[in-house]
Write a protein that binds this ligand. Sequence first.
Ligand code: NCD
Length: 294
Amino acid sequence: MKHLINTKDFDIQTIEDIFKKAKLFKEHGCDNLLDGKLIITIFFENSTRTRSSFEVAAKRLGATVVSLDVSKSSSSKGETLFDTAANLDALEPDAIVIRHQNAGVPKILSNYINCPIINGGDGAHAHPTQAILDLFTINEHFGGEVKGKKIAIVGDIKNSRVANSNIELLNRFGLEVIMVAPPHFMPRTKNYRNTHYIEEIIDEVDIIMSLRTQTERHSNQIYASLKDYARDFCITKDLIGDRDILLLHPGPVNRNIDIDDFMLADSRCKVLEQVKNGMFTRMAVLEYLINADT
Ligand code: NCD
């Protein structure tokens, strides 16, 4: 049984196969490859785009989707996670997509459930499909020539599962990752180039991935106002100028804090393309995991 708990679960060949499939879906549409399959989504943390992306992806492939409303589910009545898992498993789904505020929950559940588990984000640990769709978007932009490209990941890296998954995957595909963050958002690991000053690297990067400040994961308030953060780390028209830089963000974007209005509307910013690619890559991931299992 294959699962997708973190990006390391897929080797380079698998990722390349998924990209080929996603491209096919994007350019030629798809048949009902998951006709008759049941996919359950269970999100213990708020989500707009990841959950809808998975659900639309599954439906486009002809699968039936049941999404558990956690606020109304038995876990809020005291049922343990394991009992919830056992009950889900008894419905014989073909895949379960789970998001949880605690790192490690999808991995633990995968030991108790008889279908592929896809991690839709667990705590600050991993968000593998986000990294896959980001790399797909980068790959598409550079016509497959991503090796040696330099990417600055800017913002709250320490608390970001998106950054964690991207750093692993991008590095494996030969991109050079530069971490740009204030000291309190910089992870302890110093295996990658890092700086507190975006101006230091702006002339050498090909890609900027801006991240949202994860205020809900901070134990105490770090900035009196996010405007103080934005002064040094917002991706603005003045900062980018006429440089040829691909601008990405996993969403949700804090407008004029992470990226300014001008750059969000600029053609170098591919935030909506990421959303579109998210759907196609998730279709490919679902199809791969479910059909590999049968
Ligand atoms: C991210 C997440 O939830 O991990 N968003 C997403 O999945 N598109 C990033 C965030 O919440 O800032």
